[in-house]
Ligand binder design. Structure first.
Ligand SMILES: [Zn+2]
Length: 390
């Protein structure tokens, strides 16, 4: 709908330039032409307001025919086709436009950029890549072309090329791409780790830190590398650093960190960390971990008392579930039956609920993603806080 609105905003411009051209050519026909355009314009607008997109497009196509000289009209039309998923038609409109001999260099580069986007949308990534690379080489609309190239390399998981082009974008625009480049290095580090190449992984983690000194994901990968190598102190330091850098990522590192504390036999340090995090962080994960720790070190009564205390301060379905589980151990008869019903109910409340949400586009997910699957932003997917969530 936005594109259609844009289209009809452009139409008066089209009508005006048609009128000016008409005036230059023949004073006699210009009046008729303007009135034909404006009648169609209002008819198209009417269709648009009534959500009859197909009819609006039909009117609009006729307008573009009458008004062959208007580049904006063609660009807007092509853009509209692409947004509607009619990529073939978008490609034809843009190719037709580019083939016109009287196009200015600036108009031609805009049309080429649009055509590149059509190719991307059609999945013709090779063609899009060639086109955008040419635009960058011509130094025409290079920042936009570079952004599209980076999107292509991300899609193809060609992280080295993504890094190279992000650096060029940074040089060209002066806007820091450090956080994104750090994510690309983290992708390389994860790849290396998956292949068992821990030295390579460590080198890429260092690159990520060089790009963004407080990169949370790099700290996390470092923790996993050190933990796998049996360097428990280094692993604990890296995971604890995650909580300092961005407390929202605590749920992601709790389990590997607690594993390291246990292997290093540092349960007092674990308790200190969890207590401190419970103060700073409103989520329920460290509370549950602490309750579990109390149950083993001080007995179940201490765990129940702690959970009761926390539940009064911050209502949480997951904390309630933990409390029910602990109570089930000791309950019998009717009380036990009631607890079982409660447990079923609370499970149903949590089941299937999105635990994370992208703070850019609102995409909800059950698991954490470094890059939002919907809007492709890095680091925007965060745990949902609240009674049912984290
Ligand atoms: Zn998103």
């Amino acid at each position: 709908m936005n594109e259609l609105a844009l289209l009809f905003l452009l139409l008066p411009v089209a009508a005006l330039s048609g009128w000016m051209l008409g005036r230059r050519g023949s004073e006699r026909t210009s009046g008729a032409r303007v009135s034909e355009l404006s009648t169609s314009y209002f008819r198209g607008l009417n269709y648009l307001l009534n959500e009859q997109q197909d009819k609006a497009i039909e009117v609009f196509l006729k307008l573009a025919e009458i008004n062959r000289d208007t580049v904006e009209t063609h660009l807007a039309l092509g853009n509209l086709f692409r947004r509607r998923g009619e990529v073939d038609r978008a490609i034809r409109v843009h190719q037709h436009l580019i083939a016109r001999p009287n196009l200015s260099q600036e108009e031609k580069t805009v049309a080429l950029l649009e055509l590149g986007e059509d190719y991307m949308r059609a999945g013709l990534l090779d063609r899009a890549e060639t086109l955008f690379t040419d635009l960058v080489a011509m130094d025409a609309l290079a920042p936009s072309a570079l952004k599209h190239l980076i999107a292509i390399y991300q899609h193809e998981r060609d992280w080295n090329k993504a890094i190279e082009h992000a650096r060029r974008l940074e040089q060209l625009t002066g806007e820091s791409q450090g956080a994104t480049i750090a994510q690309f290095y983290c992708e390389l580090a994860e790849q290396a780790r998956a292949q068992g190449a821990s030295e390579e992984a460590q080198a890429r983690v260092a690159d990520a830190f060089a790009a963004q000194a407080d990169c949370v994901r790099a700290s996390m990968i470092e923790g996993h590398i050190e933990s796998a190598a049996g360097h428990l102190d280094a692993a604990i330091r890296a995971f604890e650093r995650v909580a300092e850098q961005d407390v929202d990522y605590v749920p992601e590192i709790l389990s590997p960190l607690l594993d390291c504390y246990a292997r290093a036999q540092q349960m007092q340090r674990a308790e200190r960390f969890l207590l401190e995090i419970t103060e700073r962080y409103q989520g329920v994960s460290p509370v549950l971990a602490l309750a579990k720790l109390y149950a083993t070190t001080r007995g179940e009564d201490a765990a129940v008392e702690f959970l009761n205390h926390i539940l009064r301060q911050r209502p949480s379905v997951r904390a309630l579930m933990a409390l029910i589980d602990v109570n089930l151990h000791t309950a019998s008869g009717d009380a036990r039956d009631n607890f079982l019903i409660l447990r079923d109910l609370t499970r149903k409340l949590v089941e299937g609920k999105a635990m994370y949400r992208c703070n850019r586009c609102g995409f909800g997910a059950k698991a954490h993603h470094w890059q939002c699957p919907s809007c492709k932003t890095w680091g925007s997917v965060r745990p949902i806080h609240g009674v049912v969530g984290e």
